[in-house]
Design a protein around this ligand. Structure first.
Ligand code: ASP
Length: 407
């Protein structure tokens, strides 16, 4: 029998999951464990994968100039694309004004919002971990990445005697982690079936949230969705075509599995192993570039989250009848960028980071309650855009480094 390609298996699983969730909302407990198990397995590999991948990436890059050049290119791509995304969001939210006249009666309480996110100086300070094992334990991605870059860099600075052993060691660990990842990836359809059946089943029980999505919060959701579409179908493909001189359609096809996984899991971090696999093996980006740019991207490059932060903040301001002038809107743009960088690649991280922007422009934190009902579907969409942008970035950077790609 001919083997069905993984992305078709995932699509079939998605459809079956929706059917299951709608018709057997009471039976989700029988399948939800499949999703939990899959996510646990992905989380299991993330830290050793990121650590070994960055260390082997940095040692592979070799010298300071190369590392500096690659680092500068990567950060430039991340900041530029996130800013473009925010500006599209800002433009659309000012045009559509979804919040004007919105009903404030549908606020919901959310627990643990205040203090959920760290302030900006704290976020910067915490990049340097005081205890690296604590950073592993708490999955502090920025600290882990910082340590890995430092460690990899200094491997290239020690005597050959040590340098060779350590470089071989981390390359070997990375190979093993990729093999384990590939093994887990085979179970993606089952995992996604469990996750999506669970989400649909829960929503089917809470029909109000679905009605909100199409009703009162419809215009707001539509604004976010339009901005996400514009960014992912127009802005990023243009960058990929013009600067990366690659075929956006081919790259999109190569990325089907990670994009569907990002959509289903709402987590760039959980999707990272699949993103690395697809960008390297389907699009043909070298291991040196994927292993440096993608773990960094999954943590700090979130275009979808960035534009969502901006639209959500403006929506809340409009709903409360607060006029934001040019200066305040500039603050929204700047803090949305920082919030997207600071947000972890996990479900709902973007919602938690909203408190940073709201407090920066003096809006009530309870405003987040206004958008809570539709956050899950929007999270699925923005995470897909986050992963899409990371993958385009890897391809663009690889091309500018003179690599031949398959796309
Ligand atoms: N869920 C998103 C991600 O993992 C972050 C967010 O909540 O916006 O990329």
């Amino acid at each position: 029998m001919k083997k069905i390609a993984l992305h078709w298996q995932i699509l079939i699983a998605l459809v079956l999951a929706v059917i299951y969730g709608v018709f057997f909302p009471t039976g989700i407990e029988y399948v939800a464990w499949l999703g939990d198990l899959f996510l646990r397995a992905l989380k299991m590999v993330i830290i050793p994968l990121i650590l070994s991948s960055i260390i082997s990436g940095v040692t592979g890059i070799g010298n300071v100039e190369n590392l500096g050049r690659l680092g500068a290119k990567t950060l430039t791509y991340y900041v530029v694309t996130s800013t473009l995304a925010i500006l599209i969001g800002l433009f659309l939210v000012n045009m559509i004004t979804p919040g004007v006249g919105a009903d404030l009666g549908f606020e919901k309480e959310i627990e643990g919002l205040a203090g959920g996110g760290r302030s900006l100086p704290e976020t910067l300070l915490y990049i340097v971990p005081s205890n690296i094992f604590e950073a592993f334990y708490n999955s502090e991605m920025l600290s882990i990445i910082f340590f890995a870059i430092l460690f990899g860099f200094f491997i290239t600075r020690v005597d050959d005697k040590y340098n060779v052993i350590l470089t071989d060691f981390f390359n070997s660990v990375f190979e093993v982690m990729m093999k384990i990842t590939m093994f887990i990836i085979k179970f993606t359809p089952l995992g996604i079936f469990g996750i999506v059946a669970g989400v649909v089943g829960e929503q089917a029980g809470d029909a109000g949230a679905l009605l909100d999505l199409f009703g009162r919060l419809g215009l707001y959701s539509l604004t976010v969705i339009l901005a996400l579409l514009f960014h992912s179908l127009i802005t990023l493909p243009i960058i990929l075509k013009v600067i990366g001189r690659s075929d956006p359609f081919k790259h999109f096809k190569a990325m089907t599995t990670p994009l569907l996984t990002a959509f289903s899991t709402s987590s760039s971090n959980a999707t990272l192993p699949l993103t690395m696999d697809a960008v390297e093996h389907n699009s043909g980006v070298s291991n040196k570039i994927t292993s440096f740019t993608l773990p960094l991207g999954a943590t700090i490059n979130m275009d979808g989250t960035a534009l969502y932060e901006c639209i959500a903040a403006m929506f809340i301001a409009q709903a409360y009848g607060v006029e934001l002038g040019v200066v305040e809107q500039f603050i929204v743009v700047a803090t949305a960028l920082l919030a997207s960088i600071g947000a972890a690649g996990i479900p709902m991280a973007g919602l938690i980071m909203m408190s940073v922007i709201l407090s920066a422009v003096g809006l009530p934190l309870e405003g987040v309650g206004l958008i809570l009902a539709v956050d899950r579907p929007l999270d699925m969409l923005r995470t897909t855009v986050n992963v899409w942008s990371d993958s385009c970035g890897a391809a663009v950077i690889a091309k500018t480094e003179g690599e031949e790609l398959k796309i």
